[in-house]
Write a protein that binds this ligand. Structure first.
Ligand code: SAH
Length: 362
């Protein structure tokens, strides 16, 4: 049993069941035993991998898309280039390398990272050696300035609550104790104003999830973009108005029961993009239709870029490069599961790779 499992068992025994969000927050960010606070979880030796770790092409294309959005808005100077949840710093390093080709961008860019984990902050500092970087604990600490922001697999790590439809109300899934071990249970059903709109598209027994921290973070991002200009690309797995139990634990690149190893497995959930887009629109920015990752990367020219890189590679490096291109774009791999939500000021073109806003739901 992990040390955190023991702490959580005692807490539940003393004060009663906790929400899935409380459980997830402790597992990921407990200062002493949290998953992110104590380790670097990425890569072959870790528990999962992400698009920037799969191929440099991801960061290159995202960087050039953000730089083009900056040019389209007249190149405001200085600009804040921000990433919440930068992992090992690979993505932001690739962005900085690729945008050297865009005159003025790098000189105007001030790099701001939002990171909760001291271990990953150290990895980011190493990946970005030679760059001037400011770290923040919270997104709300970002300066008020033109904001060009990328978030990849950040929102899926934010704690979610889970609810099961019971009549016109909702029973919340809780983490309690059965025979001394952590186990899922349900609270008594109650009506919930925040889920009133989900009575339209669910029936008895359906599960829906909410991510209470996500909309306020989108408000922080969108308010800056509406006021000062900029653009945000939010990339994650999930969909518009997701349904069902999407909580998943990964350990050593394999699925793990979510309650089995608290603090020692990664915990994520699908991102429900609807509340993110709503918060964004309410803050006065345009929101383009949700774009599947594969479509986004193909529109940005990943295939010619992949071919150019392939010419320089042979043997195993060539094979893994071809596999990486397929993994990022193929509809049966990450191409369709992952979506891109783009935010930009009204009256400006969306970042390249994104179709213009329609005003209707994406
Ligand atoms: N974007 C990176 C890493 C994704 S992993 C990539 O694509 O490879 C999730 C990242 O979010 C980690 O860096 C983790 O430490 C960070 N994180 C998770 N919850 C956070 C929070 N509440 N505040 C700040 N950072 C957080």
């Amino acid at each position: 049993m992990t040390a955190l499992a023991d702490i959580l068992r005692r807490r539940v025994a003393a004060t009663g069941p906790i929400t899935v969000a409380d459980y997830m927050r402790e597992c990921l960010l407990n200062p002493e035993h949290g998953y992110y606070t104590t380790r670097d979880p990425l890569g072959a030796a870790g528990d999962f991998t992400t698009a920037p770790e799969i191929s440099q092409m991801f960061g290159e294309l995202v960087g050039l898309a953000l730089a083009q959005a900056w040019l389209d808005q007249g190149g405001p100077t200085p600009l804040v280039l921000a990433e919440p949840g930068p992992g090992r710093g690979t993505l932001i390093a690739d962005i900085l390398r690729a945008t050297r080709a865009v005159p003025g961008f790098r000189d105007a860019a001030q790099v701001h990272l939002i990171e909760a984990s001291p271990v990953l902050r150290a990895a980011q500092a190493e990946a970005l050696a030679g760059h001037d970087v400011t770290w923040h604990a919270r997104l709300s600490d970002l300066p008020q300035a033109p904001l060009f922001l990328i978030a990849n697999e950040f929102f899926d790590a934010l704690p979610i609550r889970q609810f099961i439809r019971r009549g016109g109300g909702w029973a919340e899934r809780m983490v309690g104790l059965v025979d001394g071990a952590l186990a899922f249970g349900l609270s008594d059903p109650a009506p919930l104003a925040a889920l009133a709109h989900r009575l339209e598209d669910t029936t008895e027994g359906d599960m829906v999830e909410t991510c209470p921290e996500a909309p306020p973070l989108m408000t922080e991002i969108a308010t800056r973009i509406a006021r000062h200009g900029g653009a945000a690309l939010i990339i994650d797995y999930g969909d518009w108005r997701s349904r069902g139990d999407t909580l998943q634990a990964l350990r050593g690149h394999a699925f793990d029961p979510p309650l089995a190893h608290p603090g020692a497995a990664d915990l994520t959930a699908h991102v429900d993009f609807e509340p993110l887009a709503k918060a964004t629109r309410a803050a006065g920015t345009a929101v383009a239709p949700l774009t599947p990752l594969g479509v986004f990367l193909e529109r940005l020219g990943i295939t010619p870029r992949a071919q150019a890189l392939a010419r320089r590679l042979t043997g195993a490096a060539h094979t893994s490069h071809i596999a990486a291109h397929r993994r990022l774009t193929h509809p049966q791999e990450m191409g369709n599961l992952f979506k891109v939500l783009a935010v930009h000021p009204p009256g400006t073109p969306p970042p390249p790779g994104i179709a213009p806003a329609t005003g209707a739901a994406p």
